[in-house]
Design a protein. Structure first.
Lengths: 206, 218, 240
């Protein structure tokens, strides 16, 4: 299980945000993307997830192994926690809903509607979905937003466990997470310099 | 895909939005017709097939934006797009769920509403058949429109502008088959054409919707 | 030298810049000759009098209205398959022209229809199909305007154009079917070929050539504008 990114360039709308991003990861690695807001962390994660297309560069990873969580929770308020999770279990074709609920301490909340959950509980639900997917590559966009120290610790612990079990995680966060195998990648170094915009409309003169 | 289908049904029943609203809208449209054209029963009988088809079509249009919009807003669509389900399967499951919660109840409701409009006796079976056969096409074509407009805020009006022209053949074949049965002619040819159109939509539209969704998630 | 090189904005701007003056002269010539010949150099019809001469605007605009959509269909397909930006922008540029031609065809048809059939509008299959075409154009243009990201807009409008083409064709047959279904045999015939005499035929050909040229230069000019807009947007994005 590897991810290999070579000279990835990506753009948001007409604007190029990242240039020549290179990294490679193997089983057990965790990569933390850093950089100020707007530098392109979410954009890069969406490219890795296959939701967006890179404008150039090559990306080698197994799309069948991806579990993605964006900055939105993907939680349905009208469903209970158990229903939310069993829906995702159906989507991913796994049947470990009960174990996952127990593992994340959601037993007491299982029959509660997701509308009544706190931000931390919703994130925990999102994390449970990642585990439930039984996929090796976790891509997580800001998993620690609006969480207290305890929940942040829980997230770090889950990601560590996942990597220890041979998975790969790529995430963006502003906090210092306690993940032993974590490497950081500062995206500021990939900001394109002014004269490298490759838009076809900027070439030549007319 | 089955999980997605049953979840969409559950959501439609729990939030009450799409399910009951379309029926209420259909009832109100039918109720308004006598207010607009007068209560002359022979006139109503003559225009009943068209009114019922247009009413059902508009009621169906009403709930189209919910097919993808809600899942787009809370991030579910992004996660689904990275899941093992193909995008075309996702749109097919969602369009089917839309039909079960909208097209099917509208088809059933059309019978009593037809009585209110003095629809002649022999036409009921054809009204039921044409709606049962035609409304899946409405859901699948509508899902395409919803997929195209999913990224647009307040895209409801645009959705109508895009989808209504695509509904023209369905409306014509559906309404003509009922009208013919009222006139004592053979409604079967138009019904067969309608069935062909539905098959075409059900088989091919999910792929067009998937393309549109992919472009929108970019 | 491959044809596809003109999908490059620089090449396209260069070629179109040289073509436009030549084509403009040709267009003006064709339209002037065609319309003057048609209006003043042809005899009045024995039944319709001089009303018939609106044919010189009606038929060419109707032809362009349909062919503009076909051109959009082809350029959209080129964008979807080969990702040439100029192709997508040409489709965008052609849509308002196609819509205008559709409206001209409907308008001149109405003016012609009043003395001929005693009504400006009838739900004849052809008229109805043109109204449907106008609605398809409207939806296409509205979709372009509603999406901010231009590449996403190009993708979605191209897909809409493809699907719309299929359904426009289906609508055409459905409308024929509907009209027969409701009023058996009572439809008005709009088939002009029956009453077109050679005296009308040749000026009509010149007019059609003029309209085709007019369409081509309008599309070129509008595509150039779109390319410049994209360049301006790219410059703005680079400098902020």
């Amino acid at each position: 299980m590897t991810i290999k990114a070579t000279n990835i360039c990506c753009s948001r709308g007409p604007r190029q945000v990242l240039q020549d991003v290179c990294f490679s990861l193997t089983s057990g690695d965790c990569l933390i993307l850093r950089g100020p807001n707007g530098v392109g962390k979410s954009t890069l994660l969406r490219v890795l997830a296959g939701l967006s297309q890179q404008s150039s560069g090559t990306l080698e990873l197994d799309h069948e192994e991806i579990a993605y969580s964006g900055h939105l929770d993907a939680v349905k308020f009208q469903l209970t926690i158990a229903e939310n999770l069993s829906f995702w279990a159906g989507v991913y074709g796994t049947d470990t809903t009960a174990q996952v609920i127990a593992h994340f301490g959601l037993n007491d909340l299982a029959d509660r509607y997701a509308a009544n959950l706190s931000a931390g509980q919703k994130r925990r639900l999102g994390l449970a979905r990642m585990t439930l997917s039984n996929r090796k590559i976790w891509l997580m966009d800001e998993p620690t937003t609006s969480l207290d120290a305890e929940h942040t610790g829980l997230i770090a612990q889950s990601i560590s466990d996942h990597c220890f079990a041979g998975g790969i995680a790529v995430l963006s966060t502003h906090l210092d997470l306690d993940i032993p195998s974590a490497k950081t990648l500062d995206l500021l170094q990939f900001i394109p310099t002014k004269d490298t915009n490759t838009s076809i409309f900027l070439q030549g003169s007319f | 895909m089955l999980a997605l289908f049953t979840r969409d049904l559950k959501l439609a029943f729990r939030s009450g939005g799409g399910f009951g609203l379309a029926l209420a809208f259909f009832l109100i449209v039918v109720m308004f017709v006598p207010f607009g054209v007068g209560s002359d029963l022979t006139l109503l009988a003559r225009i009943a097939p068209g009114i019922l088809w247009i009413g059902a079509l508009l009621a169906c249009l009403l709930s189209l934006d919910r097919i993808f919009q809600l899942d787009h807003e809370d991030g579910t669509l992004d996660v689904l797009a990275t899941s093992p389900l193909p995008l075309s399967g996702i749109t097919a499951a969602k369009a089917t769920a839309h039909w079960v919660t909208t097209g099917l109840p509208l088809t059933l409701a059309a019978i009593p509403l037809g009585y209110l409009l003095n629809l002649p006796e022999p036409a009921y079976i054809w009204l039921f058949a044409s709606l049962a056969i035609g409304t899946p096409a409405l859901s699948f074509i509508g899902a395409f429109g919803a997929a195209v407009t999913v990224g647009i805020k307040r895209g409801g009006l645009l959705l109508s502008l895009l989808v209504l022209p695509l509904y023209i053949p369905t409306l014509i074949f559906g309404a003509v088959s009922v009208t013919k049965s009222v006139d004592g002619l053979n409604p079967l040819p138009s019904l067969i054409l309608l069935a062909g159109l539905t098959l075409f939509s059900v088989v091919l539209m999910p792929f067009a919707s998937a393309l549109a969704l992919k472009a929108n998630l970019n | 030298m491959s044809f596809w090189e003109y999908a490059n904005p620089v090449k396209f701007m260069g070629l179109s810049g040289r073509l436009i003056p030549v084509l403009s002269v040709l267009t003006a010539l064709c339209l002037a000759v065609g319309i003057l010949w048609g209006f003043f150099g042809t005899p009045d019809d024995y039944k319709q009098g001089s009303t018939v001469k609106i044919i010189f605007l009606h038929v060419p605009s109707a032809m362009i209205a349909i062919n503009a959509w076909i051109m959009m269909m082809i350029t959209s397909l080129v964008w979807l398959i080969r990702r040439h930006h100029v192709s997508a922008l040409a489709a965008k540029a052609a849509a308002p022209i196609g819509l205008t031609m559709t409206l001209i065809a409907l308008g001149t048809g109405a003016i012609w229809g009043k003395p001929m059939w005693g009504t400006y509008w009838a739900w004849d299959p052809r008229l109805t199909s043109f109204m449907i075409l106008a609605v398809f154009y409207l939806g296409y243009i509205a979709l372009w305007n509603a999406i901010e990201d231009t590449d996403v807009a190009a993708d979605l409008t191209s897909i809409l154009c493809m699907v719309g083409s299929v359904f426009a064709l289906l609508s055409r047959y459905a409308v024929n079917f509907w009209n027969q279904g409701l009023h058996q045999g009572a439809s008005l015939s709009l088939d002009k070929e029956e009453h077109v005499d050679n005296a009308f035929y040749f000026p009509l050909l010149v007019c059609i050539a003029g309209f085709v040229l007019l369409f081509v230069i309008l599309v070129l000019i509008r595509t150039r504008t779109e390319i410049r807009l994209r360049r301006a947007a790219s410059l703005q994005a680079r400098n902020t």
